[in-house]
Write a protein that binds this ligand. Structure first.
Ligand code: ADP
Ligand code: MG
Length: 402
C-alpha cells in the first residue's frame, strides 16, 4: 500500500479510482480484457485496506450522453468475476443511482459508476463546465487515486480536475507504466529500436520527430508506411495516405540520413483490391514497395520485409513497438505483425526490454496467441505512452505532482 501512503489510512474512506476499463467489445462480449486485468491490483489493494472503492472509467466514444452500447455494465460484471468479489454498479455517474450505490458501500466493498463520458462535462474544453462536473464526482469520495494510464494524457474531469479537488495519489498501474516509459527515455540500453505502425498516422508522426535522434533504428509499417513511400516518390494505389504529411515524412527521411539513424521501410507489400470485409474472401498478393498497382491497397508488410524487420528487432536490447504492421484482424494480413511480435519475444528471452504500447497492438499480440509475459511490458496506454515518448507533459501526471 506504500504508493497510497500520502492518503493516510484509507480504511472507511470513500476512494474514487480512475481506471482505464476501455476494452474492445463485440456487442456485450469483451474481446480483450487486458485493461480490466491491469486495473485489478490497485482496486484490490484499496479494498483490502478497507477503503470503499468507487471506480470511474469510460468506454468508447459516446457523445456526452448515455448510449446503451457504451454501458460499462458488462465490464463491471467481468471486473467482479476477476476480483472474486461483489461489484455494485451505478446506472449513472454522479446522479441518484451513483449516490445511493456509494452510500451503501461497506468498508472493503467496490462499486463501478456508469461510463463517465455519458456526461458532457467529462471531456469539455470549457474549464468551468469540466470543473462543475468534477465537483459532482469529487462529492462522491474522500480521496482520489489516478490509475488509468490510458487517459493520463487527457485533461478531463475524472483525470485532471478531480485531482485538484481531493487528496490524491498515483495508482500502482500508472506508477509501473511510468517506470517503464522512463526506462525507454532515460538512457535505454542499445541498440534501441522503435517499430511504428497502425492507422493513426498523424498522431504518431510526432513521436518520430522526437525519436529520430534517440533511437538507433525506426521501422515503419502499418498504415503510416504509405505516406513515407509517397514521400520517396512511389505510387501507393488506394492505400491509406495522408497527403498533407508527405512533406513532413520527406523531412524525416532527410534528417535520418544526416543523423545516421536508420529509418527502415518495407521493400515488399501485401496488397488486395479491397479492404477486408465479411463479403468477400481476401485475395492477397505480394508486390514491390515501389510498384503498388493503382487499383490495390497495401494491407500488410510483405514476407521479405517481415523477415528484415524481425532481424533488426532481434539485434535490439531495447524495443518499443506501437501499431500493428498490417490489418491483423484478417489472418491473411497478420503475418507482418506476427513476425515483429515473435522478434520482440526473442528480445525478452535474451534479457532485453521489449515494450508493446497501444490498444490494438496489445489486442493483436493476444489475438495471435502470444502470452503477455513473453513481453517485457504491454502498456495499457497507446496515446499516453506515445505522448510520453514525444516528451510532452501529461496533464494527468502533472496534476498529481501539485
Ligand atoms: P494502436 O491502438 O496499437 O495504437 P492504431 O489504433 O494506430 O494502433 O491502429 C490499429 C489499426 O491499424 C488496426 O485496426 C489495423 O487493422 C490498422 N492497420 C494496420 N495496417 C493498416 C493498413 N496498411 N491499412 C489500414 N489499416 C491498417
Ligand atoms: Mg487503436
Amino acid at each position: 500500500m506504500s504508493e497510497y501512503s500520502s492518503l493516510g489510512d484509507v480504511a472507511g474512506k470513500r476512494v474514487l479510482v480512475r481506471s482505464d476499463l476501455n476494452v474492445p467489445l463485440d456487442g456485450t462480449t469483451i474481446t480483450d480484457e487486458g485493461r480490466i486485468r491491469a486495473s485489478l491490483p490497485t482496486i484490490r489493494a484499496l479494498a483490502e485496506a478497507g477503503a470503499r472503492v468507487v471506480v470511474t472509467a469510460h468506454l468508447g466514444r459516446p457523445k456526452g450522453e448515455p448510449e446503451d452500447r457504451y454501458s460499462l455494465r458488462p465490464v463491471a460484471e467481468r471486473l467482479g468475476e476477476l476480483l472474486g468479489r461483489e461489484v455494485a454498479f451505478a446506472t449513472d455517474t454522479v446522479g441518484d443511482s451513483a449516490r445511493e450505490v456509494v452510500a451503501a458501500l461497506a468498508d472493503g466493498e467496490v462499486a463501478v459508476l456508469e461510463n463517465v463520458r455519458f456526461n458532457a462535462g467529462e471531456t469539455s474544453k470549457d474549464d468551468a463546465e469540466r470543473g462543475a462536473f468534477a465537483d459532482e464526482l469529487a462529492a462522491l469520495a474522500d480521496a482520489f487515486v489516478s490509475d488509468g494510464f490510458g487517459v493520463v494524457h487527457r485533461k478531463q474531469a475524472s483525470v485532471y480536475d478531480v485531482a485538484q479537488r481531493l487528496p490524491h495519489a498515483m495508482g500502482g498501474l500508472v506508477a509501473a507504466e511510468l517506470d517503464v516509459m522512463r526506462r525507454l527515455t532515460e538512457d535505454p540500453e542499445r541498440p534501441y529500436v522503435v517499430v511504428l505502425g497502425g492507422s493513426k498516422v498523424s498522431d504518431k508522426l510526432g513521436v518520430i520527430d522526437n525519436l529520430l535522434e534517440k533511437a538507433d533504428a525506426l521501422l515503419i509499417g502499418g498504415g503510416m508506411l504509405f505516406t513515407f513511400l509517397a514521400a520517396q516518390g512511389h505510387p501507393v494505389g488506394k492505400s491509406l495516405l495522408e497527403e498533407d504529411q508527405i512533406d513532413t515524412c520527406r523531412a524525416y527521411l532527410a534528417r535520418a540520413e544526416e543523423s545516421g539513424v536508420r529509418i527502415v521501410l518495407p521493400t515488399d507489400i501485401v496488397v488486395d483490391t479491397a479492404f477486408p470485409s465479411g463479403d468477400r474472401e481476401p485475395e492477397p498478393e505480394v508486390v514491390g514497395a515501389d510498384a503498388i498497382p493503382d487499383d490495390a491497397l497495401g494491407l500488410d508488410i510483405g514476407p521479405e520485409s517481415a523477415a528484415a524487420f524481425a532481424d533488426v528487432v532481434r539485434e535490439a536490447r531495447t524495443v518499443f513497438w506501437n501499431g500493428p504492421m498490417g490489418v491483423f484482424e484478417t489472418p491473411a494480413f497478420a503475418e507482418g505483425t506476427r513476425a515483429v511480435a515473435q522478434a520482440l519475444v526473442e528480445v525478452t528471452a535474451q534479457g532485453g526490454l521489449s515494450v508493446v504500447g497501444g490498444g490494438d497492438s496489445a489486442a493483436a499480440v493476444r489475438t495471435l496467441g502470444f502470452a503477455d509475459d513473453a513481453f517485457g511490458h504491454i502498456s495499457t496506454g497507446g496515446g499516453a505512452s506515445l505522448e510520453f515518448l514525444e516528451g510532452k507533459t501529461l496533464p494527468g501526471i502533472a496534476v498529481l505532482e501539485q
